[in-house]
Design a protein around this ligand. Sequence first.
Ligand code: HAM
Length: 417
Amino acid sequence: MSVIQAPRGTFDVLPADAARRSALEAHAARILEAAGYGRIETPTFEATELFRRGVGEATDIVQKEMYTFDDGGGRSLTLRPEGTAPVCRAYVEHGMHKLPQPVKLWYLSSFFRAEAPQRGRYRQFWQIGAEVIGSATAESDAELILLLAELLESFGVREPRLLLSSLGTPETRAEYREELAAFLRTHRDSLAPEVVARIELNPLRAFDAKDPITQETMRSAPKLLDRLSPDDAEHFQHVRNLLDDAELRYELEPTLVRGLDYYARTVYEFTSEALGAAQSTVGGGGRYDGLIEQIGGRPTPASGWAAGVERILLASPEPPVAPRPVDLFVAIAAPGAERAGFHLVSEARRAGLSSQLELAGRSLKGQLKQADRLGARYVAIVGSDSEVGLKQMDTGEQTNHQYDAVIPTILRSSRLA
Ligand code: HAM
């Protein structure tokens, strides 16, 4: 029979990898909770409509990357491709506007996109995300950016670069889009055919073109950052001032295009060369003042980011894995001693000792070898008589104890150590 493998673009997290992931999770919890962010977990699937309206009908995500299915009752559901629209849905559904504002939330969850898999790009992946809902201030944008910078730097992400821009409001953007489309139409002879084909659908994508002639043409194209309304320009300047005060370096990237439609004003991405040029974005986000209204809530300003867990792990050094300490290994030295051994290991765990029991039917010699492999400090050898042999593995010294004295002896030695 053929062997069944994990679906393309997915991966198993094995115990050796799980330790680093847990460390990252603990790291994120520490940084975000200290800044007042509470953890939220939303369902793995949502009504498809949420992403159609929230992420945007014209985005690649909605057009071709969603795992959508019928629930059998005629309802269309979708495995969440991102976390912002679900968090906003939860904010509206639970009436969180009645709480003191803003509401600060963070999550670590898995997401699903039917993308072409490659290093750092998967069909199921994890994100750490943070959202501040109910504040229009530049301070909330700057706070979010600084928290993401802290998370990446303190976890050791190599050479993070921050790219920053502002998209203005949807109105400014619509006017700018027209201006850019007109520019592209008058320069169509110096643009790649695929760029010309997208002039009406998505003129902004022209800035992403790899073709050198198109790139040259785009250098003289109008930039959105130069077209911001006075209010938006002031908001953006305020964000920049706060980042400057915090001495966080950033590069202005006037053509930064994010793959989701809900952004307005501040947008940013952190990249790391350690990920390779094709897939260098570690995390990104921005302000999305119109999203809550778009999914049926009252107008509410909001801002946030998400960073890819796998990308953070790929872009940071792997520390040596410290073996888990094992205080006690319980070896079974005679048939019939299993019950007493099982009881001993349960008692040891209750007393707070990390303990393991022989479960593979090895010989006593094999069990001692296994205890050594695990790095156990003590081996309790449970036989047929009432005494238990207690072997201290670093010295090789073995003493005999009454069954009830075994755990107190180990605890006493741990206190002395
Ligand atoms: P995003 O830029 O689509 O934004 O994703 C954020 C991060 O998730 C990316 O920078 C990347 O690290 C990771 N990521 C995305 N797709 C994949 C994939 N296929 N495989 C591995 N990692 C991936 C959002 O999702 C927005 N919800 C961020 C946000 C929050 N904006 C405001 N609040």
